[in-house]
Design a protein around this ligand. Structure first.
Ligand code: 0GY
Length: 310
């Protein structure tokens, strides 16, 4: 048996593969636009999934990611380490190294790793670490471990990406607000969009950003947050409409601290896999002027990930 055969992985039952033939978006992203949240999965035969993973995905290679980037009209990617790879960052780093400088990365780092491992990651294009608090995705990591990691990555000028669910923000508040780096929140802290956009839960998130100028947010993943669901065919103006007020509020209140990403290849979606072209067509509903669109898609991600070019 070959090594590759030994490393065949069975997808989690019911796993939805990424959408194979995305439409070409009607919305033309500005030149230099950055898809600031996406992943690569394996391929498992080359980059095995981590033993501690909570799901086994379909493969989603760097070549497939770069093809999607070009198809949608983006210039660059920020590739976020997915939990199915644990703290083994090889697949993500391999993608950075083959991107011609068009991708930066967010890694997962453990306390047991050494400082010496961080410098080559930086040279490959890693610019941050992700701390994940979504319980279905990862096991608990003690705060003192995260604080120690933050102290180490801060020296390289990296930032911290946090992923959590809205109900957990009160409990995590003190830790998040103690972080000394730029802090980027995934998917607006996963609001429950069946609640009012000006209700106490989302107000707390707005306060988090308002009171802490180092906090940024990705206004991504309408397909993950929506209860209304996907658009009817040829009716993209209604796409994930229940998420629009939330994302739009964040874009308009904090125009210089927002990022957007496809979230391709969309881990853990149970009922519906989005057409990434239609996801791009969601952007003008949440960033309604060309100035806001340029900040969201070009100026902000370039300032954070390619400051040498911005
Ligand atoms: C996302 C969201 C999810 C998964 C991961 O790394 C991951 O496994 O990020 C999720 O399941 O909500 O940002 O891709």
């Amino acid at each position: 048996m070959t090594n590759a055969a030994l490393m065949e992985f069975q997808k989690t039952p019911g796993w939805l593969d990424w959408y194979p033939g995305p439409s070409r978006p009607r919305f033309k992203v500005p030149p230099g636009a950055v898809d600031a949240h996406c992943h690569v999965f394996g391929p498992g035969a080359e980059f095995p999934y981590a033993p501690e993973r909570k799901y086994t995905p379909c493969d989603a290679s760097k070549q497939q990611l770069f093809a999607l980037r070009d198809h949608l009209g983006f210039a660059r990617n920020v590739i976020v380490q997915a939990t199915c790879h644990g703290a083994d960052n090889r697949a993500m780093i391999d993608a950075l190294l083959h991107s011609d400088g068009k991708a930066r990365g967010i890694a997962t780092v453990k306390r047991s790793g050494s400082d010496a491992e961080l410098r080559p990651m930086h040279d490959a294009g890693v610019r941050g670490v992700r701390f994940n608090f979504v319980k279905r995705l990862v096991d608990f990591t003690p705060r003192e471990e995260l604080i120690e990691i933050t102290g180490r990555i801060e020296k390289l000028g990296w930032h911290v990406v946090i992923y959590f669910e809205a109900v957990d923000l009160p409990e995590l508040w003190d830790f998040f607000t103690s972080l000394p780096t730029t802090v980027v929140v995934d998917h607006m802290g996963r609001p429950d969009v069946s609640k009012p956009v000006d209700g106490p839960e989302f107000e707390l998130f707005v306060k988090f950003m308002r009171d802490h100028p180092n906090v940024w947010s990705k206004v991504s993943c309408p397909e993950r947050l929506s209860i209304a669901g996907p658009p009817a065919l040829n009716a993209e103006q209604n796409a994930y409409r229940d998420v629009v007020p939330f994302a739009r509020r964040i874009v308009e209140t904090f125009p210089d601290r927002v990022l957007w990403g496809t979230d391709w290849p969309h881990p853990n979606l149970k009922n519906h896999m989005p057409d990434d072209g239609l996801l791009v067509d969601f952007i003008p509903h949440i960033a309604t002027t060309s100035e806001l669109q340029h900040k969201l898609l070009v100026d902000n991600p370039m300032r954070l990930y390619w400051p040498e070019h911005s």
